[in-house]
Design a protein around this ligand. Structure first.
Ligand code: DSN
Length: 422
C-alpha cells in the first residue's frame, strides 16, 4: 500500500479509536459489511438493470442486485398499515443510487420538469441541503418553497404545512429531515399531498434503522417515493436506495441511470446486502431501541445540566441543542468539544440568527456510540463531560483524560450482543 495512505489509515483508525463519535449521520458498519465493500464486486461494471445490462459478465451481479432488492423490500415494506394490506408487488425498488443526494436528484429528474415547485422543510427547521437549498442544483432547477417548524415549540404543525401547500400548489412535497428530533407523521403528509395533488417523497436517510424495526412509523403506504441513505442508523455502507410506487418505476429507473449517474457501485450494493441481513436480526431491533434510549438520556442530562434542548427532548437518534446561553456559537462549541475528543457538529437551529458556518446550535446523535457499546450509564458520564466543556466547569485537560478513559471502555461489538446486555 502507498506509504502515505497507509499512515493516513492508521491515523484515522487511531482518531476513531480515541474519540467519542456523536455525529448523528455517522455509524460504524460491521466488519462483514466492510469486507463486502472491499470485495471483487468493486471491479465490475453493470450499467442497466438485472437481465438488461450494457456489458457482458453480469450473471452474478444480476443475482446480487435482485437479491438485495428483495431484501430491501422485505425489510422496509410492511405487510399492512392501519388495517390496509400492502402488496410488495405494488412497489419498485432501486439500489443503485450512489448516495443520498444523487438518489433525491434522480427522483426530481424522474417526476418533475424544471421550474416545478417543491415544498420541503427549510434547512434551519431541520431539512436537508439536497431538498432544494439555493446552493444546490435542484435549488436552481426548481422553485423551492420551504415549510418551517412552529416558532413557539419548534415542532411541525401539519395544519401550517397544509395551508402553505394549498397556497403554493407544489408538484412534489418532501418529508424528511437531518436535524428534526421528533416523529415525522407520514400519514398527515400523505393527506396533505392528496389534497393538493402533489407527489409525496419521504427521505428517511436518518430514520432508516428506526423505520426498519418499527421504532418510527413507516412511510408506507402514504407516500409515492421513499429515498434513503444506508449508512446512518441503518448501519450499512455509504450508499442509498429508492422505493417507489410501481407505476413510477420506469421513470425512477431512468432518473437514476442514465439520468444522474453511470454504472452502479456493485461493492456498495453487496455491502448493503450484508447490512440488510444484519438489520433483520432481532438484535438490531434491540440496538435501535438502545439508540433511542441513549439519545433521550443524553437530552435529559444535558437539559438538567442547563442546556436548552430544541423541542425539549427527542423521539429518535438525534437531539439539537441551542447553545446561545453558553456564550459560544455552534462552531466554537464543536471545536471546544473536539479538543477534548468529543466529536459533534455545529448545526443551525430553527429560526437561527447565525450563519451555517457560525450557527447557534450543535447536533448530537447516538447511533455510532451505541454501536460501540455505550449504555445509559456511559451516556450520563458523557453528558457531564459535555457540560464540563460547554459550561467551562472543569479544565479541558482533565476532561480530555476522562474522555479517553470512557472511550477505552467502548469497542465495536460485531454481533450486536451489547444491545441486549445491561
Ligand atoms: N451529512 C449528513 C447529515 O448530516 O444529514 C447527510 O448530508
Amino acid at each position: 500500500m502507498d506509504t502515505k495512505l497507509s499512515k493516513l489509515i492508521a491515523a484515522e483508525t487511531k482518531r476513531q479509536d480515541e474519540t467519542l463519535p456523536l455525529i448523528a449521520s455517522e455509524n460504524f458498519c460491521s466488519q462483514a459489511t466492510r469486507a463486502a465493500l472491499g470485495s471483487v464486486f468493486v471491479d465490475k461494471y453493470a450499467e442497466g438493470e438485472p437481465g438488461k445490462r450494457y456489458y457482458a459478465g453480469n450473471k452474478v451481479v444480476d443475482e446480487l442486485e435482485r437479491h438485495v432488492i428483495k431484501q430491501l423490500k422485505d425489510l422496509f415494506i410492511p405487510r399492512e398499515a392501519d388495517g390496509v394490506k400492502i402488496d410488495k408487488k405494488d412497489w419498485y425498488a432501486n439500489v443503485q443510487p450512489l448516495s443520498g443526494s444523487p438518489a433525491n436528484l434522480a427522483v426530481y429528474a424522474a417526476l418533475l420538469k424544471p421550474g416545478d415547485t417543491i415544498l420541503a422543510m427549510s434547512l434551519t427547521s431541520g431539512g436537508h441541503l439536497s431538498h432544494g437549498h439555493a446552493v444546490t442544483l435542484p435549488g436552481q432547477l426548481y422553485k423551492i418553497v420551504n415549510y418551517e417548524v412552529d416558532p413557539k415549540d419548534n415542532f411541525l404543525h401539519y395544519d401550517q404545512v397544509l395551508k402553505l401547500a394549498k397556497k403554493v400548489k407544489p408538484q412534489l412535497i418532501i418529508v424528511g429531515a437531518s436535524a428534526y428530533p421528533r416523529i415525522l407523521d407520514f400519514e398527515q403528509f400523505g393527506d396533505i399531498a392528496k389534497k393538493v395533488k402533489a407527489y409525496l417523497m419521504a427521505d428517511i436517510s436518518h430514520l432508516a434503522g428506526l423505520v426498519a424495526v418499527q421504532c418510527h412509523p413507516s412511510p408506507f403506504p402514504y407516500v409515492d417515493v421513499v429515498t434513503s441513505t444506508t449508512h446512518k442508523t441503518l448501519r450499512g455502507p455509504r450508499s442509498a436506495f429508492i422505493i417507489a410506487r410501481v407505476e413510477l418505476g420506469d421513470k425512477i429507473k431512468r432518473g437514476v441511470f442514465p439520468g444522474v449517474q453511470g454504472g452502479p457501485h456493485l461493492n456498495q450494493i453487496a455491502a448493503l446486502s450484508q447490512a440488510l441481513a444484519e438489520a433483520k436480526h432481532p438484535k438490531f431491533n434491540a440496538y435501535i431501541q438502545r439508540v433511542i434510549r441513549n439519545t433521550q438520556t443524553l437530552a435529559q442530562y444535558l437539559g438538567e445540566g442547563g442546556l436548552k434542548i430544541i423541542t425539549g427532548g427527542t423521539d429518535n437518534h438525534l437531539l439539537l441543542v441551542d447553545i446561545t446561553a453558553t456564550g459560544l456559537n455552534g462552531r466554537q462549541a464543536q471545536e471546544k468539544l473536539e479538543k477534548v475528543g468529543i466529536i459533534v457538529n455545529a448545526n443551525t437551529i430553527p429560526f437561527d440568527t447565525g450563519t451555517p458556518m457560525q450557527p447557534s446550535g450543535i447536533r448530537l446523535g447516538t447511533a455510532a456510540i451505541t454501536t460501540i457499546g455505550a449504555h445509559e450509564k456511559d451516556i450520563k458520564v458523557l453528558a457531564e463531560l459535555i457540560l464540563d466543556v460547554l459550561l467551562k466547569r472543569r479544565p479541558a485537560k482533565t476532561v480530555a483524560l476522562e474522555v479517553k478513559a470512557l472511550r477505552s471502555k467502548l469497542k465495536l461489538v460485531e454481533d450486536l450482543e451489547f444491545a441486549t446486555k445491561d
